[in-house]
Design a protein around this ligand. Sequence first.
Ligand code: PEP
Length: 251
Amino acid sequence: MRRSLVAGNWKMHGSRESIADLLQALIKGARDGIDGVDVVVCPPLPYLQMSQQMLAGSVWQLGAQTVHSQPCGAYTGEVAASMLADFSVRYVLVGHSERRQLAHETDAVVAEKFSAVLRHAISPILCLGETLEERESGRAEEVVAMQLNAVLEHSGVSAMANAVIAYEPVWAIGTGRTASAGQAQEMHRFIRELMARRSAKVAGQIRIIYGGSVNAGNARALFAQSDIDGGLVGGASLKADEFLTICKSVS
Ligand code: PEP
């Protein structure tokens, strides 16, 4: 049985004050129990230390939104996996579509980041997903397979044992237009089948979460699908009550 995971991606939102308020509300709201699900928040990098301190002893685990592939060096503005590990970061988003688009991260770069993260016992959350144009031209599966294979060929299927995959159709991120539960399940099953061609054991164990306009109203139907093991939540994770409802929709 795979344990579900819900992660909140706070992107470049918030201030010291609003992030502290949000963390406090999440900690308080989880006191009556969030069962059977790993819950993660990915605050903006400057608030990692504060988040680490506030979340200590709670059910919430710390994630980061990005990482560099190199261990150290002249990479102005970047952050290494070892630095994230210093702040008890347990998960890192790798290959989020906004990084692929805005920071021009290629499949090869994403694959390098994936293995850099694993060297520090942090679990990469590998984001995969097609654009609207790719879906409408019937290439959604081809694109997702290419993104996944780049990582599998670089790190090998056994590396996936410590990773999470997030299927995030680009057209559903921040648009309010979510994939239907059926559409999402279809792609999740496809991803699991791709993994199974290399290792049935890893395919059975790996968590594949869905992201793209998840909210309190659609989470339960999405999470009820057999190959959907939780969610990666953007906008709705900035509202404590809604995010808690989403997390509890899993259990
Ligand atoms: C995301 O940031 O990965 C995301 C899925 O955002 P939203 O939930 O706002 O669509």
